[in-house]
Unconditional design. Sequence first.
Length: 323
Amino acid sequence: MTHYKDLGLSNTKEMFERAMKNGYAVPAYNFNNLEQLQAIVNGCIESKSPFILQVSKGARNYANETLLRYMAQGAAELINKSEAEIPMALHLDHGDSFEICKSCVDSGFSSVMIDGSSLSYEDNVDVTKRVVEYAKKYDVSVEGELGVLAGIEDEVTSEVSHYTDPDDVEDFVKKTGVDSLAISIGTSHGAYKFKVEPGQDPPPLRFDILEEVEKRITGFPIVLHGASSVLKEYVDMINQYGGSLEGAMGVSEDQLRKAAKSAVCKVNIDSDGRLVVTAVIRKMLHDKPENFDPRKYLGPARDELKEMIIRKNNEVLGSAGRY
Ligand code: G3H
Ligand code: 13P
Ligand code: ZN
């Protein structure tokens, strides 16, 4: 058993209390490799932003769970050596069983998500409660989910989204004891969140549902998944350099600014990072066909990702300088 406090990590409790009180959201960035980790950590150190480093089941399979954990521990040491004094949580994204959540708690994660959203309400309550009972012993935070986001959630794929029913949230939170709740208000995972005619804006998020949820569980931290904006600049760059991402569309940054001021305390961003990295790598390989040193295309991709993260923290989520 490795406890997260021995690794210099924080759980999400205090982070969310401060975010709720001060009207901003803590960013949760996914990572799978060294360059993403460097960009996230250094971007959050430079913008002095608390942050959540998240690891999906797919990331654990891709990079190896032990390596990822030591990389995260290295990131915590980097923060300690810097002047930033920002809290960092290590979080399991979309855990789909009690066993994977337990394995993460035991190996030093400070927060886990148990995603029972594809189960019946009763089964979701049961598995979430079991995870909370275990995690509580070690002061590890637990995020649950109610409602289904369209798109791919690791190995769980849903064609359509089911908005969260505000009538369920109070009962779910009370019965399970979760520390935060992911809800479905119109976002989805990936780079194709909305289908609209060319030139038209995507539909607004269902802030009416969010407001209803806030009424039922006032002051309770809400999590927004699928919150990438699918920045046009990078989609265009990918298409310009041989990629094909027709009709990609994300959540507008204005909608995210509004969400960050509400009870939404955690905003999940993965696809935006993937797009930046892919765009820059495509451009570098095109511009410098003679290069075969991966550092010469991964390095610029990493640096651009860091800048994107600094901008998100500063201009969208409002988390910069909140340490
Ligand atoms: O919600 C899903 C995250 O973007 C993680 O994606 O399962 O492909 O690692 P992944
Ligand atoms: P995006 O695909 O919009 O980045 O969402 C990421 C996410 O919700 C990770 O859990
Ligand atoms: Zn998600």
